[in-house]
Structures are given as C-alpha cells and as structure tokens.
Design a protein around this ligand. Sequence first.
Ligand SMILES: [Zn+2]
Length: 284
Amino acid sequence: MRRHNRTTLLRLLHVGGPSTRATLATQLGLNRSTIKTLVDGLAEAGVVEEKVPRPGRGAGRPSLLVLPQPHAAVVLAVDLQVEHVAIALVGLGGQILGRNSWNLRGRMGQPDEVITHIIESTTILAGDLDVTPVAAGVSVPGVIRRADGYVHEAPNLRWTDVALGERLGSVLQIPILVGNDAEFGAVAEHLRGAARGASDVVYISADVGVGGGVIAEGSALRGGSGYVGEIGHMVIRPDGRPCYCGSSGCWETEVGEAALCRALGLPEDTPRGAILFELPRAGP
Ligand SMILES: [Zn+2]
C-alpha cells in the first residue's frame, strides 16, 4: 500500500509538477499524516524537496511546495528522425538536464553508424552532467516490435530489421523502450502538451512521412502488430502515385515532404531548410 501510494505520488509530481501536501492529499485521497510520512521519506531519500513558495499577496503562512528532484532519476530520450537525431537526458519532473543533436543527412540507411553515434553522445553527455540514466525511450518513424525494440521497417530512414532496442541495451546496460514516433507523440501531447486532460486523442505527425497515434479513454491504442497508426497509408486518391507500401495514392505519398518538393518543382530529396525557403515564394 505504501509503495503504491509512493508511486502514485511521484507520478503526480513527475507529470503535474510541484504541488502542496494538501493538494497531494486530496488527489491521492489520503489524510495529512500519511502524506507527511510519504513526503518525509522521499525527502530523506533525496527524491523530493520541500520549499517555501515565493511570497504571494495572500495573508497567512504559505504552504510548503513539494518539488521533484530532477537528479533523483534521469532517463535518456532519443528522437530519431529522417534528417536528424536528438538525444536528451531528462530528470524527474520532466526537466531537460542536457541535450545534443546532429544532422543525419546522407547517413540515414546506416544503422550501425547511427547507433554508435547515439551511444557515444549519450556517454559524453551523461559524463558532462555527472548523471547515470536509468532507462531510455527511443522514438523511431517506423514499425516497431515493442517487446524488444526491434525495428521491422522504417522506410523513410531506409532501415529494415534492425535490433535497435537490443543493441542499445547491450551497451548502455539499461532498459530501452523503442516506439513509433507518432505513437510517442500522442502520449507526450496527452501527458504534457496540447491534449493534456483529454480522454480521446488523435495525433498526426506530418514530416517526410505521415503517421498517427491514438489515445482512447486515456490509454494509448496499439494494434496487435503495431500498425494502428499507419494512417499515412490510407488511400486518399485511388488513381494517385504508387507508394512504396505497394498501394497507390496513400496520404503520405500525396502530402508528405516528397509531395511538397514535387509541388514546388524541387528534387525530392531537397533539405528541409530549402523547402521552407521555397514555400512562401510558391504562394498560396
Ligand atoms: Zn502507402
């Protein structure tokens, strides 16, 4: 029971930010002395800190705020995109302690090099910050087997059958959670972004490819095979261009980055910056 309460309390602080004991007591449905015991225990362990908030205009003694301590638990976040990779070390409470990113242009399609770079950058960043991540989340624009982070295919990265989770885990020696970018995007917006508090969410990522993530009644929806978000391959123009998936006129091939390039009269592999530069000149 105590362990359950502690987990719930930490989750509230991690996602919701600093809070008073009184608010936490209400949210958890616990009495004040139980909350005090929980918070005191966590403070002793260095996981939270209690602070007097900046004085407000109201009369009376302000309630102490319970703050999550970012360095108490640090995770690695990896965002693998078609044109670049970003890594970040994120502390308890969601604070980004440090980040690094690099361009992938011309080097996609080379998983070995990308994986090595992720590992090296993480080691350097963690050393600089003097932290040790306890787990990692890796976002990939592709179809992923969640159990072990195996990338079945990430067409726009030109990756097929890459044991990404296993390879990162064997070197970094921490649990690795690999997932589809749009699926993770939906979870992120639901937890901390535009869809906070909503029970049903559809998230659409439009990049080189088009993908989607769905939250239904508060939980992320995942098909048995991980194809639930493959809305980019919904046929919107039956007589449209052939798509790499074998179909024709998929949403992705009709509106994705390559389609934008064609509409602007640019080569299909034009860098993002050049597309953005050309867009306003093309007019409405
Ligand atoms: Zn398709």
